[in-house]
Design a protein around this ligand. Structure first.
Ligand code: SF4
Length: 237
């Protein structure tokens, strides 16, 4: 392979991309860049929980000290909230704001992550993008493009193997203690348990969700608004 090819690791702070990155560095696999796509919830609030930003700093310090590598943070001007209040300019919902993304075919992943990533990668001429997809995520692996690759597949590392790999090095993300999946704190795809934690432990973020729900033309989840969930969690407590 030509030396001009850039080897770029997509790092999300999740167990799979973190385990892949650390093992690549441990085994001296070429890593030219490590990129993290930082979603903004609003212009003032990040899209990740505070513990995730602490974890990313911890991994960044670790790889800086041990391998002299650093994570490049990609960010974009517009936040989730900016898109949320953007009015549609065509179609039968013309004039209506985007509001909460649908569970299927949501607009947020494309606008907040994919576009930012593609814009950055467009500036690179020749690259391989390393994406942490575990060996047991067969459907996602099938969707990899020709210049994308997951070392986890080559190493036959499952999601569980990634967790154990990080645990052995005492570098696991503490958010996994109570969650199976990570993502934006306002993600409609998260389960009720993590939403309940959000209401109880991050009241300012929950208040933001309530405010968005009051303005959204759509419920947060199919047939369930944040106000419904708020009443339900209050009753349960
Ligand atoms: S984690 Fe959820 S809210 Fe965030 S971009 Fe992905 S689908 Fe959208």
């Amino acid at each position: 392979m030509s030396d001009s090819v850039k080897h770029i690791v997509n790092f999300s702070g999740g167990k799979d991309s973190t385990a892949m990155l650390l093992r690549m560095l441990e085994e001296n696999v070429q890593v030219d860049e490590i990129i993290f796509c930082n979603v903004k919830a609003t212009q003032q609030i990040g899209g990740e929980l505070p513990e995730m930003y602490d974890y990313i700093n911890k991994i960044n310090n670790y790889i800086k000290q041990k391998y002299n590598k650093e994570i490049t943070v990609l960010s974009q001007e517009k936040s989730f909230e900016d898109y949320f209040y953007t009015k549609k300019i065509r179609g039968k919902r013309k004039g209506q704001i985007y509001g909460f993304p649908a569970l299927q075919g949501s607009w947020c992943n494309d606008r907040l992550k994919v576009r930012v990533l593609n814009q950055y990668l467009k500036t690179k001429e020749n690259y391989i993008s390393y994406i942490g997809i575990a060996a047991d995520e067969t459907e996602r692996l099938k969707r990899l493009k020709s210049n994308e690759c997951s070392m986890l597949e080559k190493w036959n590392m499952t999601e569980q193997d990634c967790l154990e790999f990080l645990r052995e090095r005492r570098l696991e993300n503490p958010l996994y203690k109570r969650r199976k999946r990570l993502g934006c704190w306002f993600c409609p795809k998260q389960n009720f348990a993590t939403l309940k934690i959000l209401k109880t432990e991050y009241p300012k973020l929950w208040e933001k969700l309530l405010q968005w729900q009051r303005d959204s033309p759509f419920p947060f989840k199919m047939n369930l608004t944040i106000c419904d969930l708020d009443r339900r969690f209050t009753k349960e407590n």
